[in-house]
Write a protein that binds this ligand. Structure first.
Ligand code: ADP
Ligand code: ZN
Ligand code: ZN
Length: 815
C-alpha cells in the first residue's frame, strides 16, 4: 500500500510538522528524507519529508506537494531519527533542525544518474546468458541490461524517460544492483572567481548604496564570495564588480572548486610514524571496541603532543577496512586543514575519498562536498560542528577531537551540542564514538571516571619530549617595574626578542579581536553601546568603525561623546588588531601576521597564513583562541598569553574550567618539535587555582578540585541545566510573557527541580530584543524535558509566540 500523505518539516520557527497530500503521479516514489517543494501560506518552501502516512488530520484542508526534489532521499532514515531526537531533546523547531541538516540550497543543478554496481553488471550479463536465477521481473532484468549496454550509466531526469517504474528502480537499488546518484553539474569548470573586499580606507560616505551593500556582504555578513553568488545576493551587475575591481575596492582570485585538487596538498608528505607503545595500547583498545561491533564511548585522554592524531588516523583506517565510514569532528575550521590533509594523504587514493565540511566553504563547495558524501564518493568526513550531520551511511566511527570545546555548541536555533549529538548519532547507527582531549570537559571525564565511558590514557608526549615550561608573569609586578600598562610585559618582550635572535617562532594569543573592546568617555564615564544590544561596541581601526560582535551592527567612530559631547573619548582594552600593531612597533624587523575571524574568512586565507607560519615564512603569529588548540607547529618555542584571566571574571560557573582548558591547550602549542618550549602566562590573579593547575599542566588536580565545587553548588555534571529565555522587541511583552510563564513554573519549584527567575538576562538586550531568563536545575534530565515540553504547551495555550521562548538545554553560556 502506498501512503497518500506525508508530514513535512518546513524551515519555519514552529515546533510542528505539516501534513501534505502526495500527488497520484509521485506516490510510491516519494520517501521519507526527500526534499519537496510545498505551498505554505502564500509562499513556496523547500521542506523535507519526515514520514509517510496514510491518514491526514481531520478538519483541516490538506494541500498537495508541488514538486518532489529528490529521488534519492537527501536524508537517510537514521538522520531523520537523529533530527527528531534533536527536536525533542533540545525543544527546537523541527523544521529548523532539518534545515541545519540539509545541504545549502544553491543554484547548482543536480543531474540524476543510474549507475550499475559490479553486482549489477555481473547479474545483467548472467541474465542475458540465461544463467541467472532470480525473482526479478523480466522488465527489471531487461532494464539492467539496457543500462549495461549504455556503459553502465543512464541519466534520469524530469525530462528523460525512465524505462522502468520508480518501484522497480528502488527494488534494484535495494538489491545492490544499482545506485542512484545525484551529481552536481558544471564539472567542466575547475575554478571559480572569488571576490573579496579590499580597500581598508574607503570612507563610507564616498560609497554609493550598491557599493555599501557589497561591502556589507563581503566584509561583515558573509566574507569573500564566489562571483555568481555575489551578483545574486547583492542584486548587482557584473559591470559594477568589474569597475570596483579596477578601482581597487575589490580584489579577486581563482579558487579551485574541487577540494581534491587543493594546492595545499601538493608536496605534502605524511610523517608515517609507527605507533609507540602508549599509542599502540590505546589503538588496541579502540580496535577491541570495533570487534564488539556495538555502540560505546571511549575517551582518549592524552596530553598535548601525545600523538592523538596518529591514533585517530589508524582508527579511521581500521574502520574503512571493515567497510564502514568514519566521521572526524574538529572544533575549528583551521583544524580541518591539517586533519583534512592528513586524511586525504592516508585515504584519498586507496579509498574513495575524503570530504571536508565547514562554514568557510562557499555554498557551492559545501553542496558539492555534501553530495559527494551522500553518493558514497567520500567515506571519510572531516568537519566542524555541523558536519555531525554529514550524510554518511554505514557509519562505523565518530571521532570528536578536543571534545571540551565550546565551539561544538551551536548558540542559535537549533541549539544543539555537536559532541552530544555525535554520541547520539553513534548510538543510533550502532557505531563507536571516540572523544579525544588533553583537557576533557568535567562532564566527559566524570562519565569516564564512573565507567559510563571507557578511559584510555596517554600520559606522555611522543619521543619523551617534555611538556613546555610554563611561567606566570604577574602583571601587578610588571606594572611596578615598568610603570606602564602594555599588553606586552617586559618578560614577554624579552622572550620574543630572544626567540627572534634564535630564529625560532612565537605565538602570541589574546582573547578578543578588533582594536579596542571599549570606547569610553573620560568626562561622563559612558561607554558606546550597541544600538541593538546591551554590550559595548568594539573599535576596528583598519575599517575605521565600531562593530557589535553580537549583532554585527556598525557605527561611525565618535569624535565626541554621544552622551555629553565631551571631546575626551578614549579607547580601552586591547584586541588582536592592536596587539599586532604593538608587536610591529616593538619588533620592526620581524615577520608578523595575525589570524582571527577578521583576517581569515575563507579557506584560502586560513591556508595562506597557517601555511606561511608552518613553513617558516613568519616569525610571530598573533591570534585569538582559534590558534590555541590542535595545531602542530614544530618550530614554535614561545607561546605568550596576553591576558589569561579575562575569562575568569565572567559571571559563569564554567569560567575556571574554560580558563584552565585554554591555558593548558595553549601551553601544548610550544615545544612540539625537537626544540624545548616556553610558555608565558600574563595575569593579575596568579593565585587562582585554574591558573596554578594549568601552570603545572595537572589535569587531575584541577578536575578533583572543580568537581568538588560543582557538587557543592549543584552544577553539572551533578545536575542538568536548562536556560529559558523570553524575548521580544517590546519590553512590556517580554515582561508580561515571562510573568505568565512563571505562573506555570513556580508551582513546580522544589518538585525535583529548582527554578530560578524570571530575572533580567545578563545580556539584557540582544539584537533589538529584551530578554528575561529562567534557570532550571534538576538532578534528573528527564524531569527537565517533561517540564519544558509542558511549558511549550502552556505557551501555546496562553498564546505566547513560539519564537519568543527560547530553550537552551545543557547551556554552555548563561548570558
Ligand atoms: P596531540 O594531538 O596529541 O597534541 P599530535 O597528534 O599532533 O599530538 O602529535 C604530535 C606530534 O608527534 C606530531 O608532529 C606527530 O607527527 C608526532 N608523532 C605522532 N606519533 C608519533 C610517533 N609514534 N613517533 C614520533 N612522532 C610521532
Ligand atoms: Zn561623555
Ligand atoms: Zn549589537
Amino acid at each position: 500500500m502506498t501512503d497518500s500523505f506525508c508530514n513535512v518539516a518546513l524551515p519555519v520557527p514552529l515546533r510542528t510538522t505539516f501534513t501534505y497530500g502526495v500527488p497520484e503521479a509521485t506516490r510510491g516514489q516519494l520517501q521519507a528524507g526527500s526534499r519537496v517543494l510545498v505551498p505554505f501560506r502564500k509562499k513556496t518552501l523547500v521542506g523535507v519529508v519526515v514520514e509517510m502516512t496514510s491518514a491526514a488530520p481531520e478538519g483541516t484542508q490538506i494541500r498537495e506537494i508541488s514538486k518532489v526534489l529528490d529521488l534519492v532521499p537527501a536524508l537517510s532514515p537514521k538522520l531523520i531519527e537523529l533530527g527528531q531526537w534533536i527536536a525533542g531533546y533540545y525543544l527546537a523547531p523541527v523544521g529548523e533542525v532539518f534545515r541545519a541538516m540539509l545541504p545549502p540550497v544553491t543554484e547548482i543543478a543536480l543531474k540524476r544518474q543510474v549507475v550499475l554496481t559490479e553486482a549489477g553488471k555481473t547479474f545483467a550479463k548472467q541474465w542475458k546468458e540465461g544463467s541467472a536465477l532470480t525473482d526479478l521481473s523480466g522488465a527489471e532484468a531487461e532494464f539492467l541490461w539496457k543500462v549495461l549496454e549504455k556503459k553502465g550509466e543512464l541519466a534520469i531526469g524530469p525530462g528523460s524517460k525512465l524505462g522502468t517504474t520508480p518501484e522497480s528502480l528502488q527494488r534494484l537499488q535495494r538489491r545492490g544492483y544499482l545506485e542512484i546518484r545525484e551529481i552536481v553539474q558544471g564539472r567542466k569548470r575547475k575554478t571559480q572567481k572569488v571576490v573579496a573586499w579590499k580597500s581598508a580606507n574607503a570612507a563610507a560616505e564616498e560609497l554609493g548604496e550598491k557599493e555599501k551593500r557589497i561591502r556589507e556582504l563581503l566584509q561583515t555578513e558573509r566574507g569573500p564570495l564566489p562571483l555568481p553568488q555575489l551578483l545574486k545576493l547583492a542584486k548587482i551587475s557584473r559591470a559594477l564588480i568589474e569597475r570596483m575591481l579596477r578601482d581597487g575596492l575589490l580584489e579577486s582570485w581563482e579558487e579551485s572548486i574541487d577540494p581534491a585538487e587543493d594546492p595545499f596538498d601538493s608536496g605534502y608528505e605524511l610523517p608515517g610514524h609507527t605507533l609507540n607503545e602508549t599509542q599502540e595500547r590505546a589503538f588496541n583498545a579502540i580496535r577491541a571496541r570495533f570487534e564488539l561491533g556495538e555502540f560505546g564511548v571511549q575517551l582518549l585522554h592524552g596530553v598535548t603532543g601525545s600523538g592523538k592524531t596518529e591514533v585517530y588516523l589508524r582508527s579511521v583506517q581500521d574502520t574503512l577496512a571493515r567497510g564502514k565510514t568514519a566521521l572526524v569532528l574538529v572544533p575549528e575550521i583551521a583544524l580541518t586543514l591539517w586533519i583534512g590533509r592528513q586524511c586525504r594523504a592516508w585515504f584519498g587514493a586507496r579509498f574513495e575519498g575524503v570530504a571536508v565540511l565547514h562554514s568557510a566553504l562557499s555554498d557551492v563547495e559545501r553542496a558539492r562536498e555534501w553530495w559527494r558524501v551522500r553518493n558514497g564518493q567520500a567515506r571519510v568526513v572531516v568537519g566542524t560542528r555541523s558536519a555531525v550531520f554529514a550524510p554518511l551511511e554505514n557509519l562505523g566511527l565518530v571521532i570528536v577531537d578536543e571534545e571540551q570545546e565550546g565551539s561544538y555548541k551551536q548558540e542559535e536555533t537549533p541549539r544543539y551540542h555537536g559532541r552530544d549529538v555525535a554520541i547520539v548519532r553513534a548510538k543510533l547507527e550502532n557505531a563507536a564514538a571516540l572523544l579525544g582531549s588533553a583537557t576533557p570537559s568535567l562532564e566527559t571525564y566524570h562519565n569516564a571516571a564512573n565507567g559510563k565511558y571507557e578511559l584510555l590514557t596517554m600520559a606522555a608526549r611522543v619521543e619523551n619530549r617534555s611538556l613546555a615550561a610554563v611561567e606566570i608573569v604577574d602583571l601587578r609586578q610588571d606594572f611596578q617595574q615598568t610603570h606602564k600598562t602594555s599588553p606586552i610585559s617586559k618578560v614577554l618582550h624579552d622572550a620574543i626578542a630572544e626567540c627572534l635572535s634564535f630564529q625560532t617562532q612565537a605565538l602570541v594569543l589574546i582573547n578578543r579581536r578588533g582594536y579596542s573592546w571599549s570606547v569610553l568617555c573620560r568626562s561622563c564615564g559612558a561607554s558606546v553601546q550597541c544600538a541593538n544590544c546591551s554590550i559595548s561596541m568594539t573599535y576596528h581601526k583598519s575599517r575605521n568603525r565600531l562593530e557589535c560582535h553580537y549583532c554585527g551592527s556598525i557605527q561611525m567612530v565618535p569624535k565626541v561623546c554621544p552622551k555629553c559631547d565631551s571631546k575626551y573619548v578614549y579607547f580601552f582594552g586591547e584586541g588582536s588588531e592592536h596587539l599586532e600593531e604593538l608587536l610591529r612597533k616593538e619588533f620592526p624587523g620581524a615577520r608578523i601576521a595575525r589570524l582571527d575571524r577578521d583576517t581569515a574568512r575563507t579557506k584560502r586565507q586560513y591556508q595562506e597564513t597557517l601555511g606561511a607560519f608552518a613553513g617558516g615564512a613568519l616569525d610571530i603569529l598573533v591570534g585569538t583562541q582559534m590558534l590555541a588548540k590542535g595545531h602542530d607547529f614544530q618550530r614554535v618555542t614561545l607561546v605568550g598569553v596576553v591576558s589569561a584571566d579575562s575569562s575568569l571574571s565572567l559571571p559563569d560557573f564554567r569560567a575556571a574550567e574554560r580558563t584552565f582548558q585554554l591555558l593548558t591547550q595553549v601551553a601544548g602549542r610550544a615545544g612540539r618539535g625537537d626544540l624545548p618550549g616556553r610558555v608565558l602566562i600574563q595575569t593579575y590573579y596568579p593565585e587562582h587555582y585554574a591558573i596554578q593547575d594549568a601552570v603545572r599542566q595537572d589535569y587531575l588536580a584541577f578536575y578533583e578540585r572543580e568537581l568538588h565545587f560543582r557538587r557543592m553548588m549543584a552544577y553539572p555534571p551533578f545536575t542538568s541545566l536548562a536556560n529559558v529565555i523570553v524575548r521580544d522587541a517590546k519590553l512590556e511583552n517580554a515582561i508580561r510573557w515571562s510573568r505568565r510563564l512563571s505562573e506555570y513554573f513556580s508551582p513546580q519549584d522544589g518538585k525535583g527541580v529548582r527554578i530560578l527567575g524570571p530575572a533580567s538576562a545578563p545580556l539584557a538586550r540582544l539584537k533589538k530584543e529584551h530578554r528575561y531568563q529562567f534557570l532550571l536545575k534538576s538532578p534528573k534530565r528527564s524531569v527537565l524535558t517533561k517540564l519544558l515540553s509542558g511549558a511549550m504547551a502552556f505557551c501555546e495555550k496562553e498564546e505566547i509566540p513560539q519564537t519568543a521562548v527560547v530553550v537552551d538545554m545543557d547551556p554552555l553560556s548563561l548570558m
